[in-house]
Structures are given as structure tokens and as C-alpha cells.
Write a protein that binds this ligand. Structure first.
Ligand SMILES: Cc1cc2nc3c(=O)[nH]c(=O)nc-3n(C[C@H](O)[C@H](O)[C@H](O)COP(=O)(O)O)c2cc1C
Length: 311
């Protein structure tokens, strides 16, 4: 049986279902070039800000359990101008480059969205899961700020613009976000970002495991998969095929990727897998997904997408 894992996000073709997520191993040009040479179907760049950032004090990333990470990186990046340049240099790898942007004010988001519309990136992912105005919640959890952001970020040019969303836990929030996404013609969403403000304690040292924010950090890896799957399913139902979906969160093997396909994801991104296994993870994930598709007699992503049955 011939099986294809080719897919697309907002009409941009991807040669396979799995690519990297913004964050791990995608900050320097060398890391991005390695993704270019790997089996990742796209090159997603580290979230960039207007100015370069060193990020938070170390230790800021900890391995917590076998397939989990806790981090409070503080968006270390080289500044957006470097990533505009990288998007051009990376074209030689023949796969879509995806820019990820974050501002500390709405004007910064606006400037970044505008700048990447003129770059060689194929897609622009707005990281809506970062803190914006001090004393307010992150944009993704503040629907008033979200509306302001969307009215600035859409209509910036021809490139599809997407949103990287935090996890939502309440159906009303899925309803409100879906209405905003449809109202402002957002082309794709990537859900979910890591689960923010979680605490891991080392009981032997009687200590936190990372330094920033009294040990609070974003949790990623296998523990968050059920939350990510619920978010993908919720948006798949509400967006009715009008908006492409990247599933992200706890995808460690091909079976996990297949579960996201059943829940309605058009493609998936992996962060923790890449951090723990390195760029070889993309080949393993694609092979595992193919095995699951063959077992269920699906020959294409389109055939299998959303084919979750309910009891
Ligand atoms: C070390 C690290 C850095 C991250 N940095 C970013 C980032 O800059 N921008 C972003 O949108 N998400 C960032 N994330 C979140 C991931 O893209 C992803 O949404 C999350 O880790 C869940 O996926 P996973 O379980 O496959 O890791 C980061 C995650 C990790 C572990």
C-alpha cells in the first residue's frame, strides 16, 4: 500500500506531517540549517523579538522525568533582523520557512508582522502565548488584547498569518477564540504552547529546578498531550475546515502523531522530541505515523484527518 504523509498548512505544501516547533534547537543559523538537512517538513524559527535577547538567568531548562521539560527561557533570540536574513539563506533547503514573532507591545507585533510579510518566510506564526503589557495576562488569555492584536496583524500582505495559542481549558474560551479567528481570517493556528506557570520541586535538594520566577515554568512533553489533543479537537470542530491546524504538545512517537491526525490536525510540530532526541526524531516520527496509517488502511493525511470515532 502506498502511503503519503504530505500535507499543507494554509495552502503551503509540506512534504510530510511532522516539523519542528518554535523554541528548541532553532535559534542560530547552524541549528536552522540542521533542520533544513533533516526530515522536518518545514523550518520553524525561534520566536523573535524586535531586539536581541539573552533571556532569563540559568538554569532555565530542566529535564523533569523521562519525556518532559520545564523551562522559563525568556525568549532568548538574535533579534528579528537576523531571522529575516536567515529566511532567505534557508530557502536552499527547498522547504517552507516559518517565522515566529512576539512583541512586548501591540506596535511591536505590528512592526514584526509587517517586516516578515516582506521576508522569504512562507508562513508567519504570531506567538500569542507571551506576556505583553505588565500586569495583564498573556495575550492569548486576554480576549480584548487579542482582538487588538488581530486587527493589527491581519491584512499585512499576502503571506498566511497564524496564531500560536496557549492551552485553553474551558469550552467558552474555545468558542470566543474560534469566533475571533474566523472574524479576522486567521489562516492557521498552532496549539498548544507549553502549559505555563507550573512548578516542579526537587524534594532531595528541597529546591526548585529552574531559577527564574521562583521555579515556575512552561511544562512540555508527554504529560501535556491530552491537553493538546483536546485543544486540537475543540478548534477542529469549531473552525470547520476553514483554518489549518498544527497540533503541538507531547508528540514523542508516530502513534502520538496519528492521534493528532484523528483529532483533526493538518500537521504537527515537535519541541520536546527534538530537544531530547535531536533531528533524527523527524524520520522516526514519520515512519511510526506511516505504520499506524497502514494498520488503519489510510493512504493519505486527507483520508485520515478528523476520523476520530465517538463512543
Ligand atoms: C526550550 C523550549 C523553548 C520554547 N520556546 C518557544 C518559543 O520561543 N516560541 C514558541 O512559540 N514556543 C516555544 N516553546 C513551546 C513549544 O514550541 C511547544 O509549543 C511546547 O513545547 C509543546 O510541545 P512539545 O511537547 O512537543 O515540546 C518552547 C518549548 C521549549 C521546551
Amino acid at each position: 500500500m502506498s502511503i503519503s504523509t504530505a500535507t499543507n498548512i494554509a495552502g503551503v505544501p509540506l512534504a510530510s506531517y511532522v516539523c519542528n516547533a518554535s523554541g528548541p534547537k532553532c535559534t542560530s543559523y547552524e541549528e536552522l540549517a540542521e533542520l533544513g538537512r533533516s526530515k522536518s517538513s518545514a523550518i520553524v524559527m525561534k520566536t523573535c523579538t524586535i531586539l536581541p535577547r539573552k533571556g532569563n538567568p540559568e538554569p532555565r531548562l530542566a529535564h523533569v522525568g523521562k519525556n518532559r521539560l520545564l523551562q522559563s527561557m525568556g525568549l532568548p533570540n538574535l533579534g528579528y533582523e537576523k531571522y529575516i536574513g536567515f529566511s532567505k539563506k534557508l530557502k536552499k533547503y527547498g522547504k517552507p520557512v516559518i517565522a515566529s514573532i512576539a512583541g512586548f507591545t501591540l506596535d511591536e507585533y505590528d512592526a514584526l508582522a509587517h517586516a516578515f510579510q516582506k521576508s522569504d518566510a512562507a508562513l508567519i506564526e504570531i506567538n500569542a502565548s507571551c506576556p505583553n503589557i505588565k500586569g495583564k495576562s498573556q495575550i492569548g488569555y486576554d480576549f480584548g488584547q487579542m482582538r487588538d492584536l488581530l486587527s493589527l496583524a491581519c491584512d499585512r500582505g499576502g503571506k498566511p498569518v497564524g496564531l500560536k495559542l496557549p492551552p485553553y481549558f474551558d469550552p467558552v474560551h474555545w468558542d470566543i477564540m474560534s469566533e475571533l479567528i474566523l472574524e479576522y481570517n486567521i489562516s492557521f493556528i498552532s496549539c498548544i504552547n507549553s502549559i505555563g506557570n507550573t512548578l516542579v520541586i526537587d524534594p532531595w535538594k528541597r529546591s526548585t529546578v529552574i531559577k527564574p520566577k521562583k521555579g515556575l515554568g512552561g511544562l512540555s512533553g508527554e504529560t501535556i498531550k491530552p491537553i493538546a489533543l483536546a485543544n486540537v479537537q475543540a478548534f477542529y470542530e469549531r473552525l470547520m475546515g476553514q483554518v489549518s491546524i498544527f497540533g503541538v504538545g507531547g508528540i514523542m512517537n508516530g502513534i502520538d502523531a496519528f492521534e493528532f491526525l484523528l483529532a483533526g490536525a493538518d500537521a504537527v510540530q515537535v519541541g520536546t522530541s527534538l530537544e531530547l532526541e535531536g533531528a533524527g526524531c523527524f524520520g522516526h516520527l514519520d515512519a511510526g505515523l506511516r505504520t499506524m496509517m497502514e494498520y488503519h488502511h489510510f493512504s493519505s493525511i486527507a483520508e485520515a484527518k478528523g476520523k476520530l470515532s465517538y463512543l
